[in-house]
Design a binder for this molecule. Sequence first.
Ligand code: AMP
Ligand code: TRP
Length: 327
Amino acid sequence: MKRMLSGIKPTGRLTLGNYIGAIREFVKYQDEYEMYIFIANQHALTIPIKASELRKNTKDLIAIYLAAGLDPEKVTLFLQSDVPAHAQLGWIMTCLSGYGELQRMTQFKDKMAKQESGITAGLYTYPSLMAADILLYDPDYVPVGQDQTQHVELTRDLAERFNKRYSDTFKVPEPVVTKVGAKIYDLQNPVKKMSKSESSPKGVIDLLDDPAFARNKIKSAVTDSLGKVAFDPENQPGVSNLLTILSALTEEPIDSIVARYEGIGYAELKAETGEAVFNFLTDLQAKYKEILASGVVDQVLENGAKNAARIANKKISKVYRKVGLSL
Ligand code: AMP
Ligand code: TRP
């Protein structure tokens, strides 16, 4: 079985876009790959965050992933900070990275351009820590959003550099970019990605939104004046977005939905999509509450850290020998 690894940063709350674009994909992958998923809580410190908020985000995130169908019997789910080898290899990767190489990371450049103050050194060096997160486990594939592919490219460069400078140590991983078709757009401005940080409250569905409130957001989604249900993201972005959401939540192919809507209008499509979202959130939130109340999260993390540390500790010992840290 090929190995896959990904990290999720516990900042802010999760949206329907995160579910359809990422969480749902992970749930599918768990049957095909040996999966390692960790909560990148050390990465969350790159931007100042209150301890209580970080704790709550972390628990919520794990409970939502479990509620969405991630199975701890199949996936190793753990906290980055529970496996100190991440920080240990992180430093070695930082020292292997070029100053200018990190400066060229577009995400860092964009953040520099936007934020006038509060830029930490961690925000600058985190791609090196991300490389360590990945390389500790020798994964074949790393599923990430588009904005993270450059960091996986850096990871590949660092792996090759290390292997060349010392000797063959790390597998060079491949990025897997989530499919374009699964991108969910802002309900009020359907040419912009649905995003917690950038969408208006009416444009984004939070996975912990009241389900009836979420249904209303779908009902007031912006469409167009063409009046024909068709999947045409360029000319009918709003309608196409609703079709993508409905298809993702019901597993009915978009073509088949479009065929059913021959001669039927947008109001019906909104009602059906709204209902699908309502049912999905109701079910997800019931499981989420049950998981939080059961204390299962702590157990999952304890087992996950044990499994992950077995692999990571072996790798870091090898690295310490190769670079000359261990005598
Ligand atoms: P972010 O919340 O932007 O850090 O993204 C976390 C993961 O969710 C990444 O894999 C993204 O590609 C995915 N994601 C975030 N927003 C959306 C969206 N609106 N549509 C599809 N996928 C998304
Ligand atoms: N940097 C990623 C993000 O902001 C999260 C992350 C950290 C990650 N380490 C990783 C993703 C390793 C994949 C593999 O979303």
